[in-house]
Design a binder for this molecule. Structure first.
Ligand SMILES: [Zn+2]
Length: 161
């Protein structure tokens, strides 16, 4: 019997079929281009994923999931949490914030009245996770939080930290 619960295993996926579902123009050869586009993000991901998972557990809840696939796509309406899908952005630091947010969705247990309530709950947790990383993502975090508030149309309620 294991005493210590393990962090989920995560894996980056570059799926041609999945990309084609989201974007019918996506071609077989585009998988290679996609990997290249995400290469800077992949480096950041490798460096920080363990810490992100640990911090989410620390500030939110124990992980129940054992595996989380992370699909990297060129085009989509947005990034989303299930299946965890990250839409390309040229700023790899911004993508790391997006990833932490979508992972946090996968760690949540409760149900919320609305997406607004849910995201209001998530924001201070995400802020704590991001500011504890060994990389400065302050600008990207502000940009991300603003985009979420704009998407769900609510005002900033709490100060960061
Ligand atoms: Zn969200």
């Amino acid at each position: 019997m294991k005493i210590r619960k393990q962090l989920p295993k995560t894996e980056l996926r570059y799926s041609r079929v999945y990309n084609q579902i989201l974007n019918p123009q996506f071609k077989r050869r585009d998988v290679f281009k996609l990997k290249k586009k995400f290469s800077k993000f992949e480096r950041l991901y490798k460096k920080h994923i363990k810490k992100i998972l640990k911090l989410i557990e620390k500030y939110n809840d124990k992980w129940k999931r054992r595996y989380i696939f992370i699909y990297l796509v060129d085009k989509a309406k947005s990034s989303f949490s299930d299946p965890l899908t990250i839409r390309y952005n040229r700023n790899e630091k911004f993508l790391l914030v997006v990833l932490a947010h979508e992972l946090l969705h996968n760690n949540l247990r409760r149900k919320w009245k609305s997406k607004i309530e849910l995201h209001k709950y998530m924001e201070p947790i995400l802020n704590k996770v991001i500011t504890k990383l060994s990389i400065n993502l302050e600008k990207e975090l502000i940009k991300f939080n603003n985009s979420i508030r704009k998407m769900y149309k609510y005002q900033k309620t709490k100060k960061i930290k």
